[in-house]
Design a protein around this ligand. Sequence first.
Ligand code: SAM
Length: 268
Amino acid sequence: MKADILTIFPGFFCGPLDHGITRRASEMGLVEIQVHDLRQFTHDKHRTVDDRPFGGGEGMVLKPEPLFECLDSLQLAPREDRVAGRVKQSVILLSAQGQRFSQKMAAELAGLERMVLICGRYEGVDERVADFLADRELSIGDYVLSGGEMGAAVIVEAVTRLLPGAVGNEASTRQESFTADIDRDSAGPNSTCGSGGLLDYPHYTRPAEFRGIPVPEVLMNGNHEEIRRWRRQRALEKTLRNRPDLLDGAALSEADRILLARITNDRN
Ligand code: SAM
């Protein structure tokens, strides 16, 4: 995959994407990340990228020209082909007003050949960019950041780790929180393989006792069926406690529902 990031702060990306899986994936050629400095696409001596908003109001707005020119230079397929899915390319505008980015979207984006991320700044970006240049607007959460760079880094990281070969043990990316599609033949909602859309179960490692706090006994008895059941119960408990909204869309078995009813009863 090729990921292009359009920003007025190219230096921001020296660091966040240079570690761990993203770095390894770059070195392995699974992802090629290119950062484009929008000031290179200005024509005045001050390299102006922003201007005052028409109609008055607070702050400055990112001008459309550098963004359109930069995107032209990338020579992507026409927007209508991208939006219709006829090519595996997508242009994404980072915006607090966008659709909320999710693990499901990360999996979709991991199927692209090219992903372009436009980072806004100031009060935002001239709306013609959202309407005529970008294919979609994505938000990384219901809060307002000063720029789209953090969001771009989040999306690149979440997508890169889903590229085949990026994570050493690929099964681990299928067992994580929010990973809704479980392989029912080999796993099923009762299995620890695939969260079925729940939060992940708790993990422990050595030492078996730390500062007087032991690792749950069940994890050390070698009984795989008991371990599987215990993990599923903990995943259900944690999801109910921290993200009950996820339970509506989760793949729950009859046994899960009975467990949930019991947990809810115990809590009341
Ligand atoms: N005036 C805008 C609003 O109220 O929605 C906020 C603009 S924000 C200060 C500047 C830029 O930061 C945005 O253009 C966008 O690129 C980025 N940004 C801010 N919050 C974001 C979020 N939650 N997700 C993704 N990008 C965000």
